[in-house]
Design a protein around this ligand. Sequence first.
Ligand SMILES: [Zn+2]
Ligand SMILES: [Zn+2]
Length: 269
Amino acid sequence: MFTDSHCHLSFPPLSEQLPAIRAAMQAAQVGRALCICTTMEEFPAVHALALRYDNFWCSVGVHPDNEGVAEPTVQELVERAALPRVVAIGETGLDYYGMEDRKGGRSIADLEWQRERFRTHIRAARAAARPLVIHTRSASADTLAILREEGEDGGSASAGGVFHCFTETAAVARAALDLGYYISFSGIITFKNAQDLRDIAAFVPLERMLIETDSPYLAPVPYRGKTNTPAYVPEVARQIAAVRGLAVEAVAEATERNFERLFPQVVAA
Ligand SMILES: [Zn+2]
Ligand SMILES: [Zn+2]
C-alpha cells in the first residue's frame, strides 16, 4: 500500500470528483492521504474530508503565498490541531519565488509577514506537539534559519516535520535531515529535467523520506499535464525505487512506516 502525504482534495476539480478519486486510489493501492489546509477559511472543508473518510487525515495552516486571508494566531492553530484527525500544522514556510511578477516587484524585506506567519506556525506546532508540513521555495536559507531560531534542532522539544515537495539542493536536504526533518518527494522527481532531485533521492536515508502528489498540481510522468490525484503517488515511489535499485514494494513499505512514525495519530486511531 501507499500513502499520499500531501494533497489538496478540497480544491476544485478534485473536490467534485471524490468518489472517482477514491475508487482510483483503491485500484492503485493508495490506502491513505493527508489532506493539506492552506487557509483558515478552508479548514472546515479540509477537516470535513478527514472526518468523513477513515483513510483521510488533515492539517491546519496558512500557505505562505496566501494574502488577503485570515492571519492565524498560535492559539487558533493549537485549538484546531487538537480536533480529531488533525495530525499536522501547515502547510507553512516561506515562498520568495517570482518576486518580480508573482510578488509585484516587492523585496524579500517586504515579506516580513511571511516570516512572522511561519514563526506562528512553528510555535503552534511545538505547543500542540504536531509536526510541521513545510513549504519552502526560493527561500531555503531563511526557512532553515527560522526553524533553528525557533528551536527546531531535532531535540526532544522539537515539533519536527517534513519538507514537502522537495526541490532544493542536496545541501538543503542535508540541513533539513540534520534538524530531524523528513524529506517528501513529489511527481517532480519523475520529470525529465529533475536529475538533481533524483540524485538527492539516492542519498536521503530510506527511513527519512515520504512520498506525495501535491495534487491537483504536478502530475507525475506518464500523467504529466493531467489533473493529479492521490492515485498517482505510486509513480513517485517507482521513481525512487529505480534510483535506488530497490523494488517498489520496499519504498512503499518504508514510506508507509515513516508516515506513521511522523504522524503517530494515524496509527493510534
Ligand atoms: Zn507547498
Ligand atoms: Zn501543497
